[in-house]
Every structure is written in structure tokens, then in C-alpha cells.
Design a protein around this ligand. Sequence first.
Ligand code: SME
Length: 160
Amino acid sequence: MATLNPYRIDEVRKELDRVNSEARTADQLMKGITLLLNKQMLKYNWVGFYMLEPGADPPMLVLGHYQGAMTPHTRIPLNEGICGAAASSGKTVVVDDVNSDPRYLACSLETKSEIVVPVFVHGKVVGELDIDSHFSAAFTVQDRALVEYCAQLVGKRLEG
Ligand code: SME
């Protein structure tokens, strides 16, 4: 059932604040976020960060901390995938049915929907948080707000 579960989202927000206060570095925070979301948000079947490789020309997204199945997409140029679309536009991308989106780069055959949220440092995209679900249209407005909150925590931490 694609129902919302605001209770779980509220609980997870509190847990996120705990993870954020306990993480000593941005790297630990990103790892903690992937672990928490993958464990507690039952439809978040793959959760991972892609970060822009410093100084790369052309720009390249490189896989960082993740939870879920191994993906062949460890490096993604900005003109490829949903990931490239989110990083190059600086906008959250929600895809309810990945199989009908020509930009989609397949990670797992089970994936049905995806959300990608950019991470900003001083107004510039430095990476993104990517989540795949085995359920169609898994990402509601509440999910979007939750994932954007995670990306903001990481951005603030990277700003120092
Ligand atoms: N589906 C992404 C690629 C990354 S994997 O899902 C982990 C995309 O279309 O950019």
C-alpha cells in the first residue's frame, strides 16, 4: 500500500538529529544517514550518496557511502541518468516509474521509483542523495521533505 506513514517520518527525523549530533565528520554523517534511512524507511531499498569529484573536468559524480545492492554505476557524468539530471539542474528529481523515464540508468531490476536530492555547499551543488524503491511512486511529498532535510544536514556540515 502506498500510504504515508507520518509517524515513522517524524520518528526518523528525531533519529536523524541524533545521528547528526553524534557524527564527528560529514563522512560519518553521510554513512549514518544511509544506514538509518535504509533500515527505518521500509520502501528505501537503496540509499546512497554521489559526490562531485573535486577538480574533475568534465564533472563526475562518484559513489560514496551507500546501503543496498551493489551498483554498476559508481561514476556518473552530469549528462547521464536521473543522478546527472539532479546534479546539473540543482533540483530534486522524483521519478514515479523509472522504466518510463529515458534518463534512467538501471541499478537493480527491482527498482520502480527513485528520488535524487542535490546537496549544496554555499549555494553550489557538491553531490546528491539518491534513493531507489522497489515500489512504484514510493516518494511522497513527506518523503521528499525528509530526504531534502538529510541533504541539508550534509550540506551544512560540509560548510563547516
Ligand atoms: N538510477 C540512477 C543511477 C544510480 S543507481 O540507481 C544506484 C540514475 O538513473 O542516475
